[in-house]
Design a protein around this ligand. Structure first.
Ligand SMILES: [Zn+2]
Ligand SMILES: [Zn+2]
Length: 638
């Protein structure tokens, strides 16, 4: 009998007859029995458990709750959904059905629009298919035969997919479960019964092959998990994210609007949104001055020749806007670097002047496609907390360390956890090996010195230098890019920057681009969702609201408000002739940290009765006592 030698991930080996299936091989390894195996890797290639082994190979189980396993599970669920749709809706044609980051979809052509009730029907039918535990059976056939079979069934999208395969593809694989046949590379779960937890989410329009000249299909999105608990947790987070959507809260809390009349991707800040933004910007200015930065500001448009000199015109033109003044072309800045270069160059610099740290709340414009614009998160005009640091090579380490300390401090102040990634030299890059080594080790050493754990992204740096990216984690465990530190070897060269060293010779300074919060607009969007609009006291645009019980307290209520405003507390008053309970509810909806109730007793005693937005009453306080309380709570931040 001929045999094959199989190697397992733990280094063990075994001998099996030729023609053994992956399932049989894995079954002989009892250690894996407790977890659900959905597929396997043979010599690193993903295959079905029914895959037959003909030669020596390494075999590795793929578990349902692994990244690859969950993708196979979700994709297989899309086949089950396609079967259910065709069982219910006669004439529905299938297009493609991949797994995606958080689930799967399948595109259908069908005369009528699928409704939420239809999704329920489809889910019900899917549950029956799953209960029947149909095996996923693979069959390899010639492409002609496959095309014929789908042609007969009127599945024109599948026929087109087969027709467009490269010429050297002679056979394709078909997968059948419970009478439903699909064209697919696989692999799949062994049988439909492996699916334990799934949910259909919504329907959206999608052009065939993503091309708007093609027919619009209906895309049904769904998701699946290895366990019901994991699915429930995902659905809970999804609902929570919907409630926290910053576009919805932006409207409800009257923070901002994005108006088509003004233009897509252009944010209009309302008074409360602008107040929130101003608090953040004031914090930025104060913290940068504390850390030895100089605040600067460049113009919004700069001559095109300057953008040619910097390389932006060659490499970044597609994302830029241009304008003309008196026959001269100008580029509207997509980045803030250039003015800072010109400030450096305005004088002869000595090593004693370094490091120079130029900080700008720099408003930039970048052309983003309409389709990717999203509330405050993806916009066409935004303001970065941008700085450029010019230093001597030997200062690089301490400068980077100071920035990572700054980021760490900022994340703590705004209430975020974060992760760090170091990205190293990509294949197509400029600069000498020496420059890259020095900069990369400076970045790495700074991370080691501060003791922050980090991942390395090999080859993911910018073409002009390595970088550190900070990703903050919000209350829903979502990650958002915020701070970056980038080394740049090209701009100091292109602008011929120099300083006179202690040796009396000219030297080239090293340059860092860095942001701490990133784009203020985007950071605000993340902040709104992270806190679900209930900002901490120091950030809340309205910190307190005076609520009168009857009209008799209006003059006293106005005095309270005036005293608080003078003390620097952001305070509003609701003096309307409405019931107190109604005013409290409204203030709670607006997520105001303190509601200050003033009735006859408070007025007689010159006091206020603060009530927190969580419902807790603080009892009657003198106005001064309340001012001290607010100052104590905000002191650490302001
Ligand atoms: Zn498939
Ligand atoms: Zn820059």
């Amino acid at each position: 009998m001929k045999t094959v030698d199989i190697t397992f991930p733990n280094g063990k080996q075994g001998t099996y007859p030729v023609g053994v299936t992956v399932r049989e091989v894995l079954a002989s390894q009892t250690a894996a029995a407790s977890e659900v195996v959905v597929a396997a890797k043979v010599d690193k290639h993903l295959v079905d458990l029914s895959h037959v082994i003909e030669k020596d190979a390494s075999v590795e189980p793929v578990y349902a709750d692994s990244l690859e396993g969950i993708g196979i599970l979700r994709h297989s669920t899309s086949h089950v959904m396609a079967q259910a749709v065709q069982d219910i809706f006669t004439g529905a044609q299938v297009a493609i059905g991949p797994s995606i980051e958080d689930g799967f979809y399948y595109d259908f052509e069908y005369a009528e629009t699928f409704t939420p009730e239809d999704l329920e029907k489809i889910e019900k039918r899917m549950a029956e298919i799953i209960a029947a535990d149909y095996p996923f059976a693979r069959q390899d056939v010639s492409r002609e035969e496959a095309a014929d079979r789908f042609q007969q069934k009127g599945e024109t999208y599948k026929v087109e997919l087969i027709r467009d395969l490269p010429d050297d593809v002679k056979t394709v694989s078909l997968y059948t479960q419970g009478g439903y046949v699909d064209l697919c590379r696989g692999p799949h779960i062994p049988s439909t019964g492996v699916i334990k937890a799934f949910k259909l989410l919504n329907v959206a329009g999608a052009y065939w092959r993503g091309d708007e000249r093609n027919k619009m299909l209906q895309r049904i999105y769904g998701t699946g998990f290895a366990s019901q608990e994991a699915l429930d947790e995902y659905l809970r987070l999804l609902e929570e994210a919907r409630k926290r959507d910053h576009r919805r809260l932006g409207r409800e809390l009257d923070l901002f609007q994005v108006n088509d009349e003004a233009g897509p991707g252009l944010v209009i800040f309302h008074p409360k949104g602008m107040l929130l933004r101003t608090i953040i910007e004031d914090w930025e200015r104060k913290e940068h001055l504390k850390r030895g930065y100089d605040i600067v500001m460049g113009p919004q448009i700069l001559k095109v020749d300057l953008w040619k000199k910097s390389g932006h015109f060659d490499h970044y033109r597609e994302n830029m806007y241009f304008t003309e003044v008196e026959g001269q072309s100008y580029g509207i800045k997509p980045m803030n670097c250039l003015s800072h270069m010109l400030i450096y160059k305005s004088k002869i610099r000595s090593y004693r002047d370094l490091p120079l740290r130029y900080f700008e709340l720099g408003t930039v414009h970048r052309h983003e496609k309409t389709g990717v614009l999203h509330g405050l998160l993806r916009v066409r005009q935004f303001t970065q907390d941008d700085a450029h640091i010019l230093c001597a090579p030997e200062q690089l380490n301490s400068e980077i360390k100071a920035i990572t300390d700054f980021v760490n401090y900022a994340m703590g102040i705004f209430g975020f956890e974060y992760e760090v990634e170091l990205s190293t030299r990509p294949e197509n890059s400029i600069g000498s090996d020496e420059d890259w080594d020095r900069a990369t080790s400076a970045l790495q050493q700074a991370l080691k010195d501060t003791g922050i754990p980090y991942d390395i992204n090999e080859g993911d740096g910018a073409f002009y230098g390595p970088k550190i990216d900070f990703k903050l984690k919000d209350a829903l465990k979502r990650k958002w890019q915020c701070a970056t530190i980038q080394c740049d070897f090209t701009l100091p060269d292109k602008f011929d920057l120099s300083y006179i060293g202690a040796d009396g010779e000219k030297h080239r300074p090293v340059m860092l681009h860095r942001v701490i919060l990133g784009a203020i607009e985007r950071f605000m969007g993340v902040l709104i969702e992270h806190y679900a609009g209930a900002f901490p006291l120091w950030l809340a645009p309205v910190q307190a609201i005076v609520l009168t019980v009857t009209d008799a307290q209006i003059p006293y209520g106005e005095k309270v408000r005036k005293d608080l405003l003078e003390a620097g507390i952001r305070c509003e008053g609701d003096f309307r002739n409405e019931k107190l309970g109604f005013k409290v509810r409204e203030a709670q909806m607006q997520k105001v940290p303190y509601m200050l109730v003033v009735g006859d007793r408070e007025m007689a005693e010159a006091r206020i009765s603060p009530r927190q937005r969580d419902g807790k009453n603080l009892g009657a306080l003198a106005i001064d006592e309340f001012i001290t309380l607010v100052r104590d709570k905000c002191g650490r931040f302001e």
